[in-house]
Every structure is written in C-alpha cells, then in structure tokens.
Ligand binder design. Structure first.
Ligand code: ADP
Length: 687
C-alpha cells in the first residue's frame, strides 16, 4: 500500500534546505575570500601606479624649477664674468627670457642697498622701481642671507607690491670682490606644470609652498571616497642653493578607478554572491526534484503492484461473474425442461372437464408456472444480452405496422380492464425500416405490458412519430399511461436488474423486475435511447427513440394464421425424445389434433422405426442417449429420406439452431413449447 509519509517528507525537506544553505554559505565565503585577494592586488597595483606617477611628476616639476632658475643663474654669471659690464645688457637678456619663457613674469635689479633699481618689463611694474625691500620683512632676511652665502633665494608664494602673485627668485651677483646686488625674477611655473599634467585626467594635483600656501592646483581636487588611501605626497626640493621644500599632493580622480559608485566597484563581488545564492537555490531544487523523482518512482512501483493485485482481483471477479452467469444460465436452462412438462400437463388438464376446485388450482398453477417461465426466460435473455450473444437481425419491416398489430393484440385486454388504448401517429403510411422487428416488438411489448399492469383507471396513449433523415428512419415512441406512477427516488433505478418499486411479500403486481433492464439493454444494442418521467399517482411516460436504416421494400408481415385443428387424422408422426414427461406432453397435444404419434427413446431407435414405417414428420430431441438427434438426422438424410424433421431443444442459442439446420432439420422449436407452436408446425408441414 502507498503510505503518506508526510512527517518524513517534511524532515527531508528541512535537510535539503539546510544542505543548500550550507553550500550557498560556503560558496559566498569563497567568493568573499577571492574578492578580497583580488581587491588587494588591485589596491597594490593602484598604489604602485600612484607612486610611480607621483614620483615622475614630482621629478618633472623639479626639473621645471631647476631649468628656470638656471636661466636666471646664467644671467647672473654673465654679469659676474664680465665684472659688471654685462649689466648694460641685462634688460635685453631679461626681455628674451620673459618673451621665450612663460615662467618669467618680470626680472629686476636690486642693488646692494636693497633698492629695486630697474625692472623688466617696466610697464605694469612702475610701482616697484626704487622700492626699498628692506622694509618688507619676508624679503629682507632671506635676501640678506642669500647675498651673504651666495645662494639662490626663492621666496614663498608672494603677493607682489605691483599686484599679482609669484615666487621671487634672487640670484646674488658678485664682482670686483664685493656683493653688488641681486638679479631677481618673479616666476610663475603654472604653464610648465600644466604641460606636465596635460592628459592626466586620472589625477588631480595640488602644490603648496614652503609656508603651506596652495599656489597650484589642477584637476577635480574634490576627493573621491576611494581616493583617500591612494594619495601620493612628496616634497619637491627647490634647489640651486635654495633650501625650500614644496609639498606636492597627487590624488586619483574617478577616472583613475574607472567607476563611479560603490556598487560599480563591487559589482564582481555582488555577482559572485548572487551566483553563490543561485547555486544554493539550484541545489535545493535539484535535491527536491531528485527526491520527488525517487518518491514518484516509489509510488509508481507501489501503483504497479497495486494494479497487478487489482487486475488479479478483477480477473478473479470476472471469473466468478462468469461462473455465476454460467450457473444461472445452466440452472434456468435446466428449469425450462421440467417446466415444459408442467406447462404441457397443465395445458392438457385445462382441456379436461374438472371440478371447480381443481380448475381453480389449475389456474393458479398456470399463473405460477407462466411466471416462473417468464422469469427463467428473462434471466436467460439478460444473460445472453450481457454476454454479447444477442445477434440483431436485419430484415425489412414496417415499424408502424408492428405497433398497430401490437395494440390490436392488447386491445381486448385493455377493454376488459376498462382502460383506453389509443394510438396517435404523425405519419400516414409507415415507412419500411431495416432492423430487428422481433427486438423492436419485444421492447414495445415490455413497455405496454408494464403500462397495462400498473394502470387501473384511464388508459394508455401511444404516440408514434417517424421522420426520414438522410438514409435513416428516425422513430420516436412515447407511451403515456395514467397509472400509479413511479416515485422520483426510484426513477433512476427502474432500469436496473431486479428493481421494483414495490417490494416484499405483499406485492400487488407480479413481475420479475427484469423487464426494463432487458428493454434498456435491447434499446442500447439497437443504438436507440430510452427515458422516463413520472408523477406518482398520475402516470408515467416512457419515451423511446430508434434510428433504423431505411428498408427498400414494402414488406408485409405475413402473420402465421392459426389454423384450427382441422384434422391431421391419419398423419404419421414420430417423436424421438428420451424424457418420458416431454414425450407424454407432446403426444397428448398431438392427440388433440387427431394424431397418434409413435415414440423412439433415442436416435438409434428412431432409425430402426424408419426402416419399417414411413412418417410424415419427426419431432427430434437433440440430446438423447446412444445417438443424438443431430446424428440421427444426418443418417436419415444419408438414406435419402426427405421427410420434415423438427428439432426439440431447451437450448435457445443460435449455434444450436445452426447445428440443427446443417444436420438437415427443417425447423426448430424450443421447450417448453405451446399448443400454438405445435399447431403451427403441423399446419406448416402437414397441410
Ligand atoms: P417488473 O417485472 O416488475 O414489471 P420491470 O423491470 O418491467 O419489472 O419494471 C421495474 C419496475 O418499474 C416495476 O416493478 C414498477 O415498479 C416500475 N414500473 C415500470 N413501468 C411502470 C409504469 N408504467 N408505471 C408504474 N411503474 C412502472
């Protein structure tokens, strides 16, 4: 059996979740670790880059300062080596320096008394001519110091008297053994620095003088958050005798990092984490699906077991059902033979003059036996239908004519019971259909008999409609009665076997409860339909439809006319039958038609009788000891005798009929037979 392991299922689910989370976590840690290693490498590479670039820029700046101060130094030396003669030309040199070198703003001659004697260009600098710089504290001390030790002095980033800013670079001039003054230049290195920084958008730079005053900056100096750790700082020595140190700070800009936000910089890490997470989830789904797969295949295995157990059970049940049906069928079959005898005797007794009391008992016997026969026949019939043994005939017949004949047959009974029986048709002349008229009749008879049985006042109306649709004849028959009706609760059960509204020992209406079951099965077999509606104590309406192919001839149902026992006196008939009861019944019946029959108790004896006497007709039982009816018939035909032979059998199957026919028999009657049947046979073969 398949058990629901809900608790287990939950436990395994939790295990799957735990395993998946653990794997996801381990992967995340791995990602974090790798990311950290990678970030460290990147950081180091960036630091190196900053270091190298910073150092390079610092060196470049230093060269700029050196190259420029060297130019000034050259002028000073030219004055010194010419013992002051070149002083005549210093302004000319100064002009050249200013025009050729954008770092030079101005050049001036300050004499040994610290008075600015001349300046190039004069224009714009008039204010400083004859200016005594000994009054300017930051100028005086450094100037004196440099003039004493002959070093080049570079001031801080100075506010000039004539306006603007620049570094003032003093080059002391000595000749004739004494200090003569200084060639002083106002210098701004921005142009050169700009040239060094050109194309370096990845960096910003600030430059402070010795006193910490910012005098040059380039690029976006707002510090980018990540930049903090990468600032390169160096001291740029201002050489050629000057002992100043400028401070250079190189900072990375956004473009140095190549990204804008924290998210962008950590995108790799974030992606790694997402992948780890997804792998965790995927693992969970995989675990779940493989567990589900195992579970389903387990269920499938169990189902297969169950199925095979079920099919074994089904097989057993089918076998049991077959056995039951066979038993029922055999029983019914066996019952029919003695019943035949009983009915035969009843028939004979009926024709005798009996006292009233006996007649009453006889009537009751007739009633009960007929009921029993009906039941046995119904059981056999339903068994035949259910086991698919019913074969539908396909003969031309006139359905409306069948309906009329049926109503004619019942007319008298209805009259006697004080009931109406009416027919309403929607066709003038009924068409011919191709189908099984016997089954069609059986269906209508069942329904009409029920209506008759369950109606006490009023009557029954049969509405017949037919319509040709394509090559078919569509028939609808509605049977309305004003009888006791069927309770709504029973309506859907009445087509079941042995189902009757009225049950128990006090039943008013006789019946087997098989009629409608047979009716429905027959209709189904013919491809028709049946429905019922009913109101208790008011009446019932059965509605039946059939679709038959159209027949092609007007077929008159020649009903066998019952010829009264005119006289078959003198006719020679042989009864070949081993059952003495049946023999008695049949011979008594024949007596009534004036025939004294001979009897043979088996096939062999029948053959012997034929040796000595010629007969007009033989009733031949099929099952007999020594030699059965089929073989006996074959032997008779072999002898070239053509007399009519009629089979007697309790077997109603088609197979049995065919066997009889092929053995050479002309006709076939089933036990129990009625007087009418025997009469029909006599009139058919002896008239
Ligand atoms: P039965 O042999 O008892 O008539 P059926 O199978 O023919 O068996 O009918 C089953 C039951 O359906 C009947 O016993 C009866 O209760 C109910 N029934 C059938 N036809 C009618 C009818 N026309 N009016 C009332 N009840 C009916």
């Amino acid at each position: 059996m398949i058990k629901k392991k809900k608790g287990n299922h939950r436990f395994y689910r939790s295990v799957d979740i735990a395993v998946s989370i653990a794997v996801g976590l381990v992967l995340s840690i791995l990602v974090a670790y790798i990311w950290q290693l990678y970030s460290k490498d990147i950081r180091e590479a960036r630091s190196n880059k900053m270091e190298v670039t910073g150092q390079f820029i610092s060196d470049q700046f230093q060269h700029v300062i050196e190259d420029n101060t060297q130019l000034l130094n050259n002028l000073k030396q030219r004055i010194e080596v010419t013992d002051g003669d070149y002083l005549k030309y210093w302004k000319f040199d100064a002009q050249l320096m200013i025009s050729q070198n954008p770092s030079f703003q101005l050049v001036e001659w300050i004499d040994s008394n610290m008075v600015i004697r001349d300046v190039e260009p004069v224009e714009g600098n008039e204010a400083v001519i004859d200016l005594d710089i000994s009054n300017i504290p930051y100028r005086r001390d450094a100037w004196i110091k440099s003039s004493l030790d002959s070093s080049i002095n570079v001031t801080k980033w100075a506010n000039l008297t004539q306006g603007g800013n620049s570094f003032l670079v003093d080059a002391p001039v000595y000749y004739d053994g004494t200090f003569q003054g200084t060639i002083t230049a106002g210098m701004v290195f921005n142009n050169h620095f700009d040239a060094v920084m050109a194309g370096r958008e990845e960096y910003s730079l600030v430059l402070y003088d010795d006193k910490g005053t910012l005098f040059y900056s380039v690029g976006d100096t707002n510090l980018f958050p990540q930049a903090e750790n990468f600032i390169f700082e160096s001291k740029v020595p201002v050489k050629l005798g000057a002992d100043q140190l400028w401070t250079l700070k190189l900072k990375p800009t956004k473009s140095f990092f190549g990204f804008n936000t924290w998210f962008e910089s950590n995108l790799g890490f974030i992606l790694g984490l997402i992948i780890a997470l997804m792998m965790g989830i995927t693992l969970f789904l995989l675990l779940q699906s493989s567990r589900e797969k195992r579970r389903v295949s387990h269920i499938n295995r169990e189902l297969k077991k169950l199925n095979s157990a079920l099919s074994k059970e089904k097989h057993r049940a089918e076998e049991a059902s077959v056995a039951k049906s066979e038993f029922l069928s055999n029983m019914s079959h066996e019952i029919r033979t003695p019943l035949n005898a009983i009915l035969g005797f009843i028939d004979i007794l009926n024709r005798k003059k009996l006292e009233d009391e006996s007649m009453k008992y006889l009537r009751m016997m007739t009633f009960s036996s007929k009921n029993l026969l009906a039941l046995v026949n119904d059981v056999l019939e339903i068994d035949r239908i259910e086991s698919g043994k019913v074969e539908l005939l396909a003969r031309d017949f006139n359905p409306l004519e069948e309906v009329r004949l049926l109503l004619d047959l019942y007319e008298q009974s209805f009259e006697e019971k004080g009931l109406n029986l009416t027919l309403e048709t929607k066709v003038e002349q009924g068409k011919v259909a191709l189908g099984d008229s016997l089954k069609f009749n059986q269906v209508l008879t069942n329904l009409l008999r029920n209506s008759f049985k369950f109606t006490q006042i009023g009557g029954v109306k049969l509405k017949y409609t037919e319509e040709v649709v394509g090559g078919n004849l569509n028939i609808k028959i509605v049977l309305e009665d004003t009888g006791i009706g069927i309770p709504a609760a029973n309506l859907d059960k009445i087509f079941d076997r042995f189902s009757q509204v009225e049950t128990g020992y006090t039943r008013k209406y006789e019946g087997t409860g098989l009629g409608l079951a047979i009716t429905k099965k027959l209709i189904d077999a013919m491809g028709g339909s049946i429905s019922v509606s009913s109101i208790e104590n008011q009446g019932t309406e059965f509605s039946v439809t059939f679709v038959f192919p159209l027949g092609d001839s007007d077929f008159g149902q020649g009903a066998e006319k019952e010829e009264e026992a005119a006289s078959y006196l003198g006719k020679e008939i042989l009864i070949a039958e081993d059952n003495p009861m049946n023999v008695l019944v049949l011979s008594k019946l024949l007596e009534q038609f004036g025939v004294m029959a001979d009897v043979a108790s088996d096939g062999l004896e029948a053959l012997q009788k034929l040796e000595t006497k010629s007969y007009d007709l033989i009733f031949m039982d099929l099952h007999m000891p020594e030699m059965d009816g089929l073989e006996a018939t074959r032997k008779i035909r072999d002898k070239g005798l053509n007399l009519p032979i009629v089979a007697l059998s309790a077997n109603i199957t088609k197979k049995s009929r065919e066997e009889s026919k092929s053995s050479g028999m002309q006709d076939y009657i089933t036990k129990p037979f009625t007087r009418e049947v025997i009469l029909r046979i006599l009139s058919k073969y002896l008239s």
